[in-house]
Design a protein around this ligand. Structure first.
Ligand SMILES: [Zn+2]
Length: 244
């Protein structure tokens, strides 16, 4: 096992120089760079091409069963290749389990004496609700205050992508992104807000078409300092949702 389901960010006062080395095997990120892998992630990463083909076949058969069970004609032209397409899509929707955090960060952490808030707003997110296996989509806003080093801005979106391509609940997705940035960068603090629409809510049951689910995770100085948190929420336009 990877021993990476611990929580709580690593703190310390290292300079940027030795920072990377010291966090490469953190409580959340294993030696092979995986963060919160699934039970079968290693097997999936290491399997032979035959085993990979068998895995696709299995998903394909399951999709075929669904088509039959909903009362469709699985042999009509429009649906003929749907099980295959579904199987391939499902592998893409879940490829984030096997991605290596350090490959994604790829050395893009730079020493910099910038101590002001950095925000990347409106990152598009598509993920799969683990309760219904249907999408939830929305925007994520990420902010951090550096401590001796900054990270390439596109990397924040890449980290968000990595955790989106899994079976998720929005609360966990938000927290995993925040915790990971805290671990790899060791900034003074991280704040993540996500606003999204869940297909399982808008298309079934109560059918609340316009409902928006908002989650947030604040760490370090964003947690400790109400003013900092408030500034972040104002800048990303999420403050209206909070009582701060
Ligand atoms: Zn759902």
């Amino acid at each position: 096992m990877n021993g990476n389901d611990g929580h709580g960010a690593v703190t310390g006062d290292q300079g940027a120089g030795n920072q990377l080395e010291s966090v490469k095997n953190t409580p959340m990120i294993s030696a092979n760079g995986l963060a919160w892998p699934g039970m079968g992630t290693q097997e999936r990463l290491q399997e032979s091409s035959d085993a990979a083909a068998a895995r696709l076949d299995k998903i394909q058969n399951a999709a075929q069963t669904i088509l039959e069970c909903v009362g469709e004609d699985a042999n009509r032209p429009g649906l003929l290749n749907t099980p295959k397409r579904f199987a391939q899509a499902m592998m893409v929707f879940t490829e984030g389990y096997g991605q290596n955090v350090w490959d994604i960060v790829n050395g893009a952490i730079f020493p910099e004496n910038h101590n002001e808030m950095v925000i990347v707003k409106d990152i598009d997110i598509s993920s799969l609700c683990e309760h219904h296996l249907v999408p939830f989509t929305g925007k994520m806003h990420i902010g951090y205050i550096p401590h001796h080093s900054v990270i390439g801005l596109s990397k924040l979106a890449r980290i968000a992508d990595m955790f989106s391509r899994r079976l998720q609940v929005q609360e966990r997705l938000t927290k995993q992104v925040a915790d990971t940035i805290m671990e790899v960068l060791q900034p003074q603090g991280v704040a993540v807000v996500m606003e999204s629409t869940h297909m399982c809510m808008v298309t079934r049951g109560v059918q609340k078409q316009a409902s928006l689910t908002i989650t947030s995770c604040v760490l370090g100085c964003f947690k400790a300092d109400e003013k900092t948190r408030s500034e972040f929420l104002s800048l990303v336009g999420a403050r209206r949702h909070y009582n701060t």
